[in-house]
Design a protein. Structure first.
Length: 319
């Protein structure tokens, strides 16, 4: 594994799994056929270093699995596609910093399926070498998303932001540099992993700071595992005709299907070719959803279902 730039780290926090996990915990049905959640390696992959928020998300959702750290999102997806991990933990959006831009460009090429979502409140700590005081810190390393979520604190204390590959990696950099003027903005677990002192706690700009993760697997969930309150996610490209997107969306309105997300992305360097990622409430086996997707398909050049999964109750808290 080291040759591929991927290394393992045993999950060190055993937290209670969220309520939705019961819907995807079955390993076989009455016929003995395996479901999507049948574990083969007992491993879940994430991007970042030990102590990153994605690592914590793995611990929260599947505390009994081994969390495997990967350098890039491509490595995460590839590890699961090769069968060397069972699941992938992928952050897709944050309530302050917005969407994670790299992810949706990778979705069209992956063979994995979305089987669940996880919402995690994000709490960032300023950490430095043991014995360092807050007034000594001149710069702070962290992932660009984390820096964007802690702007007010850094301005108040005159701390310059320095972009790092990820939050936990920033903590490792601080440990290795040995510079008392350099700190890291990272989760509390990173301070434990790398032996740093926390100088200031919960420095994020807003209390509602939350990151949404998608959990992906080689096989989709069985219909009975999804249960009520299903979310269907898909990618599509509309035909190059006037009002194609408007017409494609009409089927969801006329069939009473609620679309909760619609995001656009340029593809192949073109300013005219656009890919859309969407999420709707409902299961493709429902007639109303079938009719809406049929109409979408008529006005689209491509349509790919990325997954059908149980809606996490956290998505409805602020309605």
């Amino acid at each position: 594994m080291a040759a591929r730039g991927i290394y393992c780290h045993r999950a060190c926090q055993m937290l209670a799994p969220p309520a939705w996990q019961a819907a995807v915990s079955a390993t076989s049905d009455k016929s003995g056929r395996g479901h999507a959640m049948e574990t083969r390696t007992g491993r879940i992959a994430y991007q970042g270093e030990p102590g990153a928020n994605s690592h914590i998300a793995c611990n929260e959702t599947f505390p009994g699995m081994e969390a495997v750290a990967c350098k890039t999102f491509e490595d995460v997806l590839s590890l699961v596609e090769r069968g060397e991990a069972d699941l992938a933990m992928i952050p897709v959006e944050n309530t302050i910093a917005g969407r994670v831009g790299d992810i949706h460009h990778l979705l069209p090429g992956t063979t994995l399926h979305i089987i669940a979502e996880h919402f995690m409140p994000i709490r960032f700590q300023l950490m430095a070498l043991p014995g360092v005081k807050l007034e000594e810190v001149k710069r702070a390393h962290s992932h660009i998303m984390a820096l964007g979520q802690c702007r007010a604190f850094m301005r108040e204390h005159g701390i310059d932001p320095v972009v790092a590959a990820d939050t936990a990696g920033a903590a490792r950099i601080v440990r290795d540099l040995g510079d008392p003027e350099t700190a890291a903005i990272a989760p509390e677990l990173a301070a434990e992993v790398y032996g740093l002192d926390i100088l200031a706690r919960d420095i994020e700009d807003a209390e509602h700071n939350t990151t949404r993760f998608l959990i992906m697997a080689p096989e989709p969930l069985e219909h009975e595992d999804v249960g009520a309150g299903a979310v269907t996610s898909f990618l599509f490209q509309v035909r190059n005709i006037p009002a194609a997107l408007y017409k494609a969306m009409g089927g969801f309105a006329t069939n009473g299907v609620n679309m909760t997300k619609l995001e656009s992305y340029q593809i192949d360097g073109s300013f005219t070719a656009t890919q859309f990622y969407a999420e709707i409430e409902g299961h493709p086996d429902e007639r109303r959803v079938q009719l809406a997707l049929e109409e979408l398909g008529f006005f689209s050049t491509s349509l790919k279902i990325m997954g059908v999964f149980p809606a996490n109750e956290a998505r409805y808290r602020h309605r």
